[in-house]
Design a protein around this ligand. Sequence first.
Ligand code: 13P
Ligand code: 13P
Ligand code: MG
Ligand code: MG
Length: 366
Amino acid sequence: MKITLSAIKADIGSVGGHIQPTKSLVDRVKQFLAENSPGLLIDTQVSYTGDDIAILFTHDKGVSNEQVHKLAWDAFVAGTELAKAEGLYGAGQDLLKDAFSGTIKGMGPAVAEMEFDERPGEPFLFFAADKTDPGAYNLPLYLAFTDPMYCPGLILSPKMTAGFRFTIMDVSCTDADRVIQLNAPEDLYDIAALLRDPERFVVESIHSRSDNEIAVSVSTTRLHNIAGKYVGKDDPVMLVRVQSSFPATGEVLGPFCITPLVAGFMRGSHTGPLMPVKRNSPISYFDGPPIVSCTAYCIRNGKFTEPSDAFDHPFWDEIRRQATRKALNIRRQGFFGAAMLPYSELEYGGIVDKMKSLDERFVVRK
Ligand code: 13P
Ligand code: 13P
Ligand code: MG
Ligand code: MG
């Protein structure tokens, strides 16, 4: 049976700053979907990560389906009305366009989708991150899908020895989708050369080369490309099918132990460690740190099993402490150097005016 998995996520307002949505807001989105999805969707899950609400759908309509995207958009619009009525901060923050026009892509919400023939057992992982951008997944994906030091399946499983095909997007190109396909392991150094720069090059999808099946789909939205100014961080979602010809669940989770330093901490303008957190976690210190949650499911005929919270395990408590120490370390240097993002990432904010006025005061000494 061909199933489409769609993850669509937006910040439509949050309590106490950019912290988390209210329970009533999450319930409003759930209620809207319950009332409007029958006949269109097979199953739905609603969760939040920091101040972003994510809707996970199964259906048989294929990727980029207009009706499915419109339903998600309308659910976020309905939620925004409540967020305004409740006086939440940033109500409708990620809904950057006034009217729906065929696809939710390019309208603000983050979208990751994949269509596949359901396997007899179909395990997959749903990742949702807050206070960071889509390039945050570059390193964990590189390690899980190319490096036997992290993914022993690459040498132990005959179904994985052919390696994986990476589709990487140049997110600086705003006119159209500019992508390149590279194969691991032959093109490993080229893949690394691109993925080292997570603000420009982002993994969009990964396919198995043994059976051509899709393994990974990542949202590639960069909000400042749409809005032309800083309106919040991109806060990406990702779907990863696991086991069989794909890495095992633990092989995909493993690289998140690194808690890599990523963009998006405080005002979307600072560098901080990516902390793996439990589902439905809020934001705290310095509007962060950047967080990522991971929920594991199986599906049968498109119906979700109950969710399993992949980072809700004692093992990850130590990793969270490690991330806390990294956050405190980099925060000691405040605005200086690598702690704040380079000007190219800040150029949509107030710093542009400041730099302009300072520029006029410079003199060239004779
Ligand atoms: P305000 O300037 O609206 O307070 O927002 C700051 C911030 O948190 C960045 O979005
Ligand atoms: P969000 O993109 O999650 O709304 O965060 C905005 C921000 O700048 C917080 O400091
Ligand atoms: Mg917000
Ligand atoms: Mg957010």
